[in-house]
Design a protein around this ligand. Structure first.
Ligand code: SF4
Length: 169
């Protein structure tokens, strides 16, 4: 299925604007990035959702949830490798030329090893608080940039919920 050039351009612009608004960056290599956006649009037409263009989707949404773009693996790959698996998203360091792009190993577990999400405590998920604006997020590591006030990662601190805020089950 070929994608209309105008639709491709608009989707790319929107994706870029959304990324920047959230403290992320698209790969500045326009040719590369447009190819990936085309893949996302193709997958959206094929499956009804924008599955990762660099992975083989099953076509069953419940089995592909973790690879709907942006996938579950983007942020840890950005932290560790400076780019997501497809290199659609890149880190500040890559964007600024302080780090070279490199191949990103597949982080997605093999199908037989994929499990239902564990409770957050067991999965090692922590709460992080932006010391500048108070934004809270629950993830393994703080984000590179606060999506609200744009403070950098080093302005985040671990946050512990007061016992009174934890529901008793
Ligand atoms: S690897 Fe990149 S392009 Fe692929 S789904 Fe994840 S964020 Fe999107």
């Amino acid at each position: 299925m070929s994608i209309d050039a105008e639709r491709l351009r608009k989707t790319h612009e929107q994706l870029k604007a959304d990324a920047e608004a959230g403290g992320y960056h698209l790969n500045p290599d326009a040719e590369w990035t447009l190819g990936l956006v085309e893949g996302l649009l193709t997958n959206e037409g094929r499956y009804g959702y924008p599955a990762c263009p660099c992975r083989l989707a099953s076509g069953k949404k419940e089995d592909d949830l973790d690879i709907i773009c942006p996938c579950d693996y983007r942020d840890p790959d950005l932290s560790e490798w400076g780019a997501c698996y497809c290199a659609l998203y890149v880190s500040d360091e890559v964007l600024d030329g302080k780090r070279a792009l490199q191949a990103v190993p597949e982080r997605r577990p093999a199908k037989r090893e994929r499990r239902a999400p564990e409770p957050q405590a067991a999965a090692g998920i922590r709460l992080w608080r932006c010391r500048v604006c108070g934004y809270l997020c629950a993830r393994e590591e703080p984000p590179g940039v606060c999506p609200v006030c744009k403070a950098k990662r080093d302005r985040f601190e671990p946050f512990v919920l007061p016992p009174s805020a934890i529901p008793v089950t």
